[in-house]
Ligand binder design. Structure first.
Ligand SMILES: [Zn+2]
Length: 185
């Protein structure tokens, strides 16, 4: 599931090594730009942080994230949604996958509206976020509704992730998933 429910989502920077300003750096998250700006949680969890930190007072460099929300899942993952223009949930709130939690923006160290999405384990080590998003780690455009309704349908029916990805190549897949999910309600 992507952190957007509708529209088209472009992957503008992948997870892992990248070259920025002539230097190689490890990009600990993935950058996404949505045609629709509403950001949705990709998993159930509890809001562990919903804040904006200023550069002067922050020693952990998280000021670079601007307005960010951290959601901790029951299985010990920490999910960070960064550079938001608005936050709709406060620390301590319980959220469910698909809940709208904020708006994509360009706060913190950012040159244009995008979502920096990052996943860490309980030790704070970054993990490949694409495994949680159900997409390949490459530059591409993804239909958010297909990702959202496709996951709901597959979870309900016990279909494998690989099956969803295979069917997603079909151009009518977003419409198919939406209709299937509505028929199941
Ligand atoms: Zn990023």
């Amino acid at each position: 599931m992507l952190p957007y429910k509708n529209g088209t989502v472009r992957v503008t920077s992948t997870y892992g090594n990248r070259i920025r300003n002539g230097k190689t750096e490890f990009h600990k998250g993935i950058d996404l730009v949505g045609s629709q700006k509403q950001i949705a949680a990709i998993a159930d969890g509890v809001v562990a942080a919903s804040a904006i930190l200023d550069k002067a007072s922050d020693t952990s460099r998280t000021w670079e994230w601007g307005n960010y929300i951290r959601i901790d899942t029951a299985d010990g993952h920490r999910m960070f949604y960064c550079h938001l223009s608005a936050r709709y949930v406060q620390k301590g709130a319980v959220v469910h996958a698909g809940d709208v939690i904020g708006l994509e923006g360009s706060t913190g160290l950012s040159t244009g509206s995008h979502l920096h999405f990052e996943v860490r384990n309980s030790l704070g080590q970054s993990l490949d976020p694409t495994a949680f998003l159900g997409i390949d780690n490459r530059l591409q455009s993804v239909d958010a509704a297909s990702s959202y309704y496709g996951k709901l349908v597959c979870d309900r029916c016990g279909l494998e992730e690989a099956t969803r990805r295979y069917l997603d190549q079909y151009k009518y897949a977003p419409d198919l998933w939406r209709k299937l999910w509505n028929a199941m309600q």
